[in-house]
Design a protein around this ligand. Structure first.
Ligand SMILES: Cc1ncc(C[n+]2csc(CCOP(=O)(O)OP(=O)(O)O)c2C)c(N)n1
Length: 321
């Protein structure tokens, strides 16, 4: 599955939108305008982008604590996202969820989650719903290498396999779960050994190469739509920020390792490739980036101009009627 020129431009635009949005969020966070925890997706943009390019609004995804990229790739409204991150009433959760709780059911984004591994059973349910609906829709779940150490991971793999659910497992292996290296904490060693044990077809790919992700996800989604059961992609990548945005948090990852991965930046390397292959000119890139920055600025202004929720709103939408 080779992306055509239009698709290449769309992939670039989505990745760069995630990058610019995240850069703006980080700048606002360090300026003290955002409170709470923010986990940056910078460095992993190719994965959400390459996978979601194959999904429609009817397909459902579930994200994790590093979820801004998945929301954007699935088509979420930047204004409502930014307002939520700022804790404003106009945000996706009326300002009560913050960075880790952005959901938009209208585009099939069932939510991010602060509990590591908790998205996996939710996505299994979403895939089951898709199977029962019989409309050829699928579900995808994004999770880190750390989530592969959770019981829910194995329960989800097992159920998806025995029920042949249309579920794409997307492991974003960025090699670290906070300060624990996957080389220490994963007994299986190789992540794809785990889906293989459940007879789920799996593939390990370079997660910073958006075209590689696009191709592998395309083949997997076709299998899901044909009703052949779940698929698993392990996308090797690296987060370019600390675990969460913070001046205080120590980054224990080796300097040389960080430097080597910074050179494999998924956004800049794809941009260089598109220029070299004459898919885009420098002028095109400038124009695309200007348009993205306009949208990000608009989102920021919307968030700043929006009111905070009222204290009496605190218990609203918490319990069902
Ligand atoms: C069940 C649970 N255990 C521990 C935590 C604390 N915690 C938050 S993020 C994280 C690391 C997750 O690592 P990974 O799944 O690899 O994702 P990454 O942060 O690398 O993107 C941990 C341990 C949590 N939120 N939930």
């Amino acid at each position: 599955m080779v992306p055509d020129r239009q698709t290449l431009i769309e992939l670039y635009t989505t990745m760069q939108t995630i990058r610019r949005f995240e850069e703006r969020v980080a700048a606002e966070f360090f300026a003290g305008a955002i409170v709470g925890f923010v986990h940056s997706y910078i460095g992993q943009e190719a994965i959400a982008t390459g996978v979601c390019q194959h999904l429609s609004k009817k397909d459902r995804i579930v994200s994790h604590h590093r979820g801004h990229g998945h929301c954007i790739a699935k088509g979420a409204d930047l204004k409502k996202m930014m307002a939520e991150i700022f804790g404003k009433k106009t945000g996706y959760c009326k300002g009560k969820g913050g960075s880790m709780h952005i959901a938009d059911f209208s585009i099939g984004m069932l939510g991010a989650d602060g509990i590591v591994g908790a998205g996996l059973p939710i996505a299994t349910g979403a895939a089951m719903a898709a199977q029962l609906e019989r409309k050829g829709n699928v579900a995808a779940v994004f999770f880190g290498d750390g989530a592969c150490q959770e019981g829910e991971f194995h329960e989800a793999l097992n159920l998806a396999a025995i029920w042949k659910l249309p579920l794409l497992f997307v492991c974003e292996n960025n090699h670290w779960a906070v300060n624990a290296p996957a080389s220490y904490s994963l007994a299986a060693g190789n992540i794809t050994r785990m889906p293989e044990a459940y007879h789920i077809p799996s593939k390990a790919i370079h997660g910073n190469d958006v075209e590689a992700v696009y191709r592998a996800a395309g083949e997997a989604v076709e299998m899901l739509r044909r009703g052949e059961g779940p698929c698993f992609l392990e996308c090797e990548t690296y987060r370019l920020h600390k675990h969460f945005l913070s001046d205080a948090l120590e980054d224990v990852r080796p300097h040389e390792e960080r430097k080597a991965w910074a050179e494999k930046d998924p956004v800049t390397s794809f941009e260089t490739k598109l220029l070299r292959q004459d898919v885009l000119t420098h002028a095109d890139i400038e124009r695309i980036n200007e348009e993205i920055m306009e949208r990000v600025e608009e989102a920021h202004k919307f968030a700043i101009d929006s009111p905070y929720p009222e204290p009496q709103d605190a218990l609203e939408d918490v319990y069902s009627k």
